[in-house]
Design a protein around this ligand. Structure first.
Ligand code: NAD
Ligand code: COI
Length: 330
């Protein structure tokens, strides 16, 4: 069996090589994201393993079909960047890793929330500038007294809610399909609007499908209590960034934690070509002392990386040996 893996970083390389040795398969690795222009690197492979936030488009699937590569096995959860109609047209199967380490993302949400509440960006800037007296005056807020609104209670949202609950935080949640076996501490609201009226902090854990475009728009952001904080580790399109900036500028919102960003593709293009990010929304948010922007890294722990690689390879083995991946996505 031969597997070509795209978008491979250093620690993934270690896990891929370990598995190739243990399971005896031929392996080609590249750090490049897969596109129609470079997919020929995978010629002769049984499947492609991949992870990227860039698009998987029709041109790619057409070339995969021409190269007789039937499976694109993602190493991640989100599938919002896939042209599923084109994949189907060219007979390409897709698999993902539906849950690799929800705790990694949940912990990142708590980290971001605490950083915002204790004003660490603003404080760090003051300390670096030698303004220690100003830093001493920066009063924080405690998570303990806050109400956290969790939007989406699937793998990651539920784990985040559970972690917060165990820290003594009151959690309210909204999901289009609430958990049937929800624990008694998890209070579901009847609508997203109701959640926004109750929560001092909000965290997004729904997929970036088209229907969820600008789920938090100006009207919904306005429902949040004054001084609320918004954290997004879901997908960039979930928040209307112009509306978010306006809410921060008018001080309706106290801050935001943005791990996934509406203009992420532009930034990726800028940094992949060796430049600095110049996208104007990014620069605006980055300049704000009460906004923490991270480059889509909530997932990034060693435990997560190991499972992402292993489960992607398991999907490929299942497809080659049994004709279907373990985690097909349609
Ligand atoms: P999941 O499928 O287990 O859960 C998603 C939940 O959202 C489901 O319960 C669904 O019913 C609910 N939902 C969808 N649309 C909704 C809406 N409009 N209103 C209310 N509920 C809605 O997914 P998951 O594993 O928890 O992952 C969630 C998302 O997190 C992924 O789709 C991905 O985009 C993102 N993610 C980000 C990172 C990162 O590093 N930042 C890492 C992994 C996943
Ligand atoms: C996901 O698993 O969906 C992520 O957002 C991780 C990212 C590296 C693609």
């Amino acid at each position: 069996m031969k597997i070509t893996a795209f978008g491979v970083n250093q620690e993934e390389q270690y896990f891929f090589e370990k598995l190739a040795f243990e399971k005896s398969f031929e392996l080609v690795l590249t750090a490049e994201w897969v596109t129609a222009d470079n997919v020929v690197l995978a010629a002769g492979s049984d499947a492609i393993s991949t992870m990227q936030t860039g698009a998987y488009d029709e041109a790619l699937f057409k070339k995969m079909a021409a190269l007789n590569i039937p499976l694109l096995a993602l190493r991640n959860v989100g599938t919002d960047n896939i042209d599923f109609a084109a994949a189907k047209k060219y007979g390409i199967k897709i698999s993902n890793v539906p849950s690799y380490s929800p705790a990694t993302i949940a912990e990142f949400v708590v980290l971001t929330a605490l950083q915002l509440l204790r004003r660490t960006k603003e404080m760090g800037r003051a300390i670096e500038a030698g303004q220690l007296i100003q830093a001493q005056k920066m009063t924080g807020r405690t998570l303990f007294n806050e109400t956290f609104g969790v939007i989406g209670t699937g793998h990651i949202g539920f784990t985040t809610a559970e972690l917060l609950h165990n820290m003594g935080v009151k959690v309210v949640a909204f999901d289009a399909f609430p958990k049937k076996d929800a624990p008694e501490w998890l209070h579901y609201t009847n609508s997203l609007e109701e959640l926004l009226q109750q929560a001092n902090l909000v965290t997004l854990h729904v997929p970036g499908i088209k229907e969820n475009d600008h789920l938090l728009d100006a009207e919904r952001l306005a429902l949040l209590p004054q001084d609320a904080l918004v954290i997004n580790t879901g997908r960039g399109n979930l928040i209307d960034t112009d509306a978010l900036i306006a809410a921060l500028e008018t001080k309706h919102l106290a801050g935001a934690g943005i791990d996934v960003f509406e203009y992420e593709a532009d930034i990726e293009r800028e940094i992949q070509s060796g430049g600095q990010p110049l996208e104007p929304h990014y620069l605006k948010l980055q300049s704000m002392p009460n906004v923490i922007i991270t480059p889509h890294i909530a997932y990034h722990s060693m435990k997560a990386v190991e499972k992402m690689v292993a489960n992607s390879v398991d999907n490929i083995f299942s497809y080659v040996q049994q004709g279907t991946p373990l985690n097909p996505v349609e």
